[in-house]
Structure formats: C-alpha cells, structure tokens
Write a protein that binds this ligand. Structure first.
Ligand SMILES: Cc1cc2nc3c(=O)[nH]c(=O)nc-3n(C[C@H](O)[C@H](O)[C@H](O)COP(=O)(O)OP(=O)(O)OC[C@H]3O[C@@H](n4cnc5c(N)ncnc54)[C@H](O)[C@@H]3O)c2cc1C
Length: 315
C-alpha cells in the first residue's frame, strides 16, 4: 500500500485531476464527507450542525506554502470573515480557528517586507486579535520540521499578548517530548498529533510503533502537566490510553479535549461527546481541498478502504 504514497502526492498537485475528480459523483461524496465546502458559508453551516450535535469545532481555511504576499493577505481576510460570521451566528464560543503559518506568509523569502517569519507573525497577530474580539481562540497548526523552530518562536511572541493561542506538537519528531515539557504550563493549550509530513530519520521516528510510544510519552507529560492538552487522534488505542492516563493524573473531564478530523470516525466523535468528554472537530474548508484530501489518502493509504467504508457506514 505504501507504493501508493508517491502517486497520490503527485496527483495532489494536478488541477486537471481535481477537475475530473470533482465531476464524479462518488468522488464528490468523498470530498463532501471530508471537506464541507469551499465557502465561508458552507464552513459556518457545518459548524452549526456539529455544534448542534454537542461537538466543538476548529476551522481551517485550506491553503499552505504561500509564496505570494497578496495570497497571504487574502487568507488573513478569509479568517477575519469566518470569525465575524461565527460571532454573528453566536457560534464563536464553540468554534475556534486553526491557522497554518505557511498560508499567511511564513514561506515568503527574506527579500519580501522583512521576511516570512515577520510577515507570518504580524498576520497571525491580526487573526488572534479578531478571534479575541469574536470571543474565541486560534491554534497554530504545525507543518514540516523545517518550520518547527520558527512556528514555536511565533507562538511565544503571540502568547505575550494572546496567551490563549494553541500550539501543535507532532509525536513523530524526536524533539517533541522535550517540547511538551516546555509547553506543559498553566493555560497552555497544546494539540498533540502523530504528525502528517514525510520526515527524515534524523529528526523523526519512522516506525509506527515508535511513533505510538512517543505519543504515549508525550501524553503523559501533557496530562501530568498544568496545561490544556488537546488529544488529536483517531486511534482507538491512543484514545483509550489517554482516557486512563487522564484518570490516573486526576484530570477532570473538560480539563483536556479530544480532537478528530471532519468526516473521520464521526460516530466515535459523537460517542465521546455523549460520554461527557470535550470533543472538537477540525473542519477544513476552501477551494484548496483537493491537496488536503489526497494527503489524507497518501499519509495512510489504508484510508482508501476507510474512505470506502466511511461512505457506506459513516463511521
Ligand atoms: C484535529 C487534528 C489536527 C491535526 N493537526 C495536525 C497538524 O497541525 N500537523 C500535523 O502534522 N498533523 C496534524 N494532524 C494529522 C495527524 O498528525 C495524523 O497525520 C492523523 O491524525 C493520522 O493519525 P492518527 O493519530 O489518527 O492515527 P493513525 O496512526 O493514522 O491510525 C491509527 C488508527 O486510527 C484509526 N483511524 C485512523 N484513520 C482512520 C479513518 N480515516 N477512519 C477510521 N479509523 C481511522 C484506525 O484504527 C487506525 O489503525 C491533525 C490531526 C487531527 C485529528
């Protein structure tokens, strides 16, 4: 199955294939079950439905690796728009936003207005301010390992004015257990995920079992610490371990949360929420959905069959 990874990633770049896939009804079904739509309105409607089901939401305006300052500004504008609409619909208490710094300028070259790091920081500040005004928060997604230091530095800067800003750490990186220790302080919102990028063995565990073991070590640090852990995984084993560690460390429900992606294990999302856990759904939206969808398949080609099963059973 891993032989499918490269072809799927190549297809992820093709506009022609996107157009073709979008016209096939079954594929449209696959798309709709993982990305609620291309517009702010579609994202806000999906948010309203999920909140109605007792779930919390984090919204991601799709797009990344922007090498164009205007496009970065358009992404900021899209976030301001969705935050305003969430507030207008009284949804912002239950829905925040997730932001990829590379979508708001981090990848811009140093020759552009002070460089990517500075532009991304200023753009992120604008989004954090709008989120605060709307009564909600921002979480900074984590991208490939070449951006980790810059992203954590931007997080530190943002937290001086917006301490509620969430971080993401990826268990597959060797450095992450140490980063968890640094970030497990009071008020610190930290999403722990396994990690979605292809990383070299110099920086990341390659074996799934090693990644899982690291995930558990990181869970222990975060759940034993003073921060607010956000446990982002669909893995039933990790969820079970997180639940028992939460009891072991005397964590009351609501002092941490679970997170899953839109359309993945939706029944489990509802089950966890019904059992009293805080459950947040990551909802990607926007016209850049095709690459997101193909990466979901590429990161774990077994998902091809999960996709098929999800279509039939919605589980
Ligand atoms: C809310 C959220 C935010 C994220 N943010 C980031 C980020 O900022 N940066 C980043 O690098 N990555 C991010 N990710 C992606 C993450 O790093 C993983 O790539 C992704 O979640 C897959 O890992 P997993 O923990 O679900 O387990 P996997 O190891 O992929 O799967 C383990 C088990 O989970 C179950 N499972 C997994 N997928 C499915 C499915 N589609 N249907 C049914 N069962 C399934 C199966 O039982 C499977 O055996 C995020 C993920 C989530 C949920």
């Amino acid at each position: 199955m891993s032989l499918l990874r490269q072809p799927l990633l190549l297809l992820a770049r093709s506009e022609k294939v996107k157009t073709l896939v979008s016209t096939i009804p079954v594929s449209a079904g696959i798309v709709n079950s993982h990305v609620p739509g291309e517009t702010t309105e579609a994202a806000v409607e999906a948010t309203a439905r999920l909140v109605g089901d007792g779930l919390l939401v984090t919204l991601d305006f799709l797009g990344e690796d922007t090498l164009d300052a205007e496009r970065a500004e358009a992404t900021v504008a899209a976030y301001l728009d969705v935050l305003q609409q969430l507030a207008a619909r009284s949804l912002s208490r239950n829905a925040e936003v997730s932001v990829k710094l590379s979508a708001i300028g981090q990848a811009l070259p140093d020759s552009v207005a002070g460089g990517g790091h500075k532009i991304a920081l200023e753009n992120a500040r604008t989004i954090c301010r709008a989120a605060r005004n709307a009564g909600t928060t921002v979480t900074l997604d984590m991208e490939d390992h070449t951006t980790t230091d810059s992203t954590l530095a931007i997080l530190r800067e943002l937290r001086k004015d917006f301490p509620e800003t969430g971080a993401v750490l990826q268990a597959y990186l060797h450095r992450t257990e140490a980063d968890c220790r640094t970030l497990a302080y009071e008020g610190s919102r930290v999403r722990l995920c396994k990690g979605a990028y292809k990383e070299p063995e110099t920086v990341a565990f390659q074996d799934r079992l090693d990644v899982d073991k690291s995930y558990v070590r990181c869970l222990k640090v975060l759940l034993a610490g003073q921060g607010y852990p956000m446990i982002a995984t669909h893995d039933p084993r990790m969820i079970e371990i997180a639940s028992s560690l939460a009891s072991r460390y005397g964590r009351a429900k609501g002092t941490y949360e679970f997170q899953m992606l839109y359309g993945i294990r939706p029944e489990e999302q509802k089950r966890l929420a019904a059992s009293g856990e805080t459950m947040r759904v990551y909802v990607p939206y926007g016209t850049e959905w095709y690459g997101y969808l193909m990466r979901r398949l590429a990161e774990r080609p077994q998902n091809l069959s999960f996709f098929a099963k999800s279509l039939i059973s919605k589980k």
